[in-house]
Design a protein around this ligand. Structure first.
Ligand code: NI
Ligand code: MN
Length: 227
């Protein structure tokens, strides 16, 4: 599995010859300017954790250009279906076997509404696994005891993407506890530095994890990591 960071909460996971794009928000992100060419992003699937603007901004043009299948809540898939985007609806607690592996749509503690005010159901996160590994992308969420269900119900995690920016999601101190809850040693940080309210001290963030025997990886925008 190969993970590429496109800034904020946007990642590309490549596995078994398929490209899975998460929460596309690139063109409004000044930190991604000159580092990511949104017109060159390829995707077979787009996985959307919830409907907020800082997750959906580039969804429509990428989905229409690539023909990617949207995987998200029933309500979000229905909304984009009316715009001509094909999708696979899920709801919390459910899993499904796709051609690249299994996806489980898991709980997140946050809010969710589409930019035009359309109800977007509960927010979620995704656990994706196949014989190459198992990764958890938590989406926007508070630290929640529900995270303890992941190691009980999914294969051993290879890596996890957790929000660490605080204010709108858990901060890095809580994310380090989340890493314990999900029993995962390799954490990739998400949802930080994009705007003023979520700026972090990277050394403090890494120390919060190393104090617990965990590794926090802060990927430069545009960089990839083999999991
Ligand atoms: Ni959000
Ligand atoms: Mn967000």
């Amino acid at each position: 599995m190969k993970l590429t960071y496109y800034g904020h909460a946007c990642f590309l996971l490549e596995t078994k010859g398929k490209k899975l794009l998460f929460d596309p928000f690139i063109t409004p992100n000044e930190l991604a300017a000159g580092k990511v060419d949104v017109d060159k992003i390829e995707a077979d699937y787009i996985l959307l954790t919830h409907g907020h603007q800082d997750h959906v901004a580039d969804l429509e043009p990428i989905a229409k250009r690539t023909g990617a299948t949207l995987i998200s809540s029933f309500e979000i898939v229905t909304y984009y279906g009316e715009k001509g985007i094909q999708g696979h609806p899920m709801n919390l607690g459910g899993k499904f076997s796709f051609d690249f592996g299994t996806v489980k749509y898991v709980a997140a503690v946050h809010s969710s509404v589409l930019p035009d005010g359309t109800y977007a159901a509960n927010p979620g996160g995704f656990v994706i696994w196949n014989e190459e590994g198992c990764v958890y992308l938590a989406g926007d969420t508070a630290l929640t005891m529900d995270m303890k269900l992941i190691p009980m119900t999914c294969p051993k995690l290879t890596a996890a993407v957790l929000p660490i920016g605080d204010n709108f999601t858990m901060g890095y101190e809580d994310a380090a506890i989340a890493a314990e809850f999900i029993e995962c040693g390799q954490i990739i940080g998400s949802h930080y530095d994009t705007f003023g309210w979520i700026k972090i001290d990277p050394e403090q963030a890494k120390k919060s994890f190393s104090d617990k025997g965990k590794e926090l990886i802060l990927l430069p925008i545009g960089d990839s990591l083999n999991l």
